[in-house]
Write a protein that binds this ligand. Structure first.
Ligand code: UFG
Length: 329
């Protein structure tokens, strides 16, 4: 099968490229390299540098490369940045999806696997969160993902483009062979920030708020390991082609960890007594996000290999300590 991976130079997209090549697919990558790294792309993939909003280019690639299905990882994804710069998010994320669906329709490519987010749920009334939980995002990022899902729904009705939206909880970790991992500039995510602080010894790691309605007052999140997450994409694409039916799945482990518990787990994994400061809340953070992932497990047959958060952090640590400056381009 020939798959176009848009955003294949990013943290999660590059893992998809690697895993899909390993299982025998032929991969074409489109990435703007605005946030991604060329070095992260498996050299066996064919690479085009360009933007998802360039409908003509996407349509040309779909046709000339004889693409069967698309995986879309190319969206801005930082919750706090989206609160500060909402228009950047609506512009890139929503416009990007419209452009992609136009190109797919033009080239008659009918299958799409899309990175959606737990941020679409907002502050759920009940945990764990099932796919039926009403979507009520509390930050612009989550709202763009909800809008993108809705656009996909109507593109299916009108044009028969079948899609699976995978609502990620918090993705962490790195490839187990240490080849690819997380490198954002600036870094804003919890696990890399803790590990970068462990490496630099700068003592600057801050937890954003301890007055949430959770077990210890800090936010609770559900951490899914990046290779496990991509395994679910491979299963989802097979399922989509087999059933020819659009659907949505949560991807999380169903275990919730507070920010303080993650810090403690990172101290154990690294053997370093990483200091921290308790700071004020950051904008846009829901108290707790924990997945009910039984639908992905039963319908797709997904079985995450790293259910224990220390194992997830261990894979991230292997990457960070060998790449303290991230990718070198
Ligand atoms: N946090 C800190 N200190 C830091 C960084 C983060 O305390 O230095 C806290 C945040 O306030 C939050 C938690 O750690 O409570 C997790 O924050 P991240 O920035 O790592 O991740 P988010 O939960 O904001 O968002 C991530 C992805 C989104 C996705 C979401 C789904 O970036 O794309 O998970 O839960 F939608």
């Amino acid at each position: 099968m020939r798959i176009l991976i848009i955003g294949g130079a990013g943290y999660i997209g590059s893992q998809a490229v690697k895993s899909l090549i390993n299982e025998g697919s032929e991969i074409v990558v489109l990435d703007s390299l605005v946030t991604g790294h060329k070095r992260a792309i498996d050299p066996k993939a064919k690479f085009y540098q360009g933007d998802i909003e360039d409908t003509f280019l996407v349509s040309q690639i779909l046709r000339t490369e004889k693409i069967d299905a698309v995986m879309h990882f190319a969206a801005y994804s930082l919750v706090p940045e989206s609160v500060k710069k909402p228009l950047k998010y609506y512009d890139n994320n929503v416009t990007g999806m419209i452009s992609l669906l136009k190109a797919m329709n033009d080239a008659q490519v009918k299958y799409l696997v899309f990175s959606s987010s737990a941020a679409t749920y907002g502050i759920p009334k009940k945990l764990p969160i099932t796919e039926d939980t009403p979507l009520n995002p509390i930050n612009p990022y989550g709202e763009t993902k909800m809008m993108m899902e809705k656009i996909m729904h109507w593109a299916d009705k009108a044009d028969g483009i079948k899609s699976i939206a995978l609502r990620y909880f918090n993705v962490a970790g790195a490839a187990s062979d240490g080849s690819i991992g997380e490198d954002h500039a600036p870094e804003t995510h919890l696990v890399p920030n803790i590990l970068n602080s462990a490496i630099s010894g700068d003592g600057k790691f801050t937890i954003f708020g301890n007055d949430y309605d959770t077990k210890d007052g800090t936010n609770v999140r559900d951490y899914v390991q990046v290779e496990d997450l991509i395994d679910a994409h491979i299963l989802a694409l097979r399922h989509l082609i087999k059933t020819n039916k659009s659907d949505v799945f949560n991807l999380g482990t169903a275990h919730g960890y507070s920010n303080l518990e993650i810090l403690e787990a990172a101290r154990k994994v690294t053997g370093i007594d990483i200091p921290y400061t308790m700071g004020p809340r950051r904008g846009g953070d829901p108290d707790s996000l924990v997945a009910d992932s039984s639908k992905a497990r039963t319908v797709l047959g997904w079985q995450p290999q790293h259910e224990n958060v220390e194992e997830v952090i261990q894979t991230a640590w292997n990457w960070h300590k060998n790449h303290p400056e991230g990718y070198d381009d």
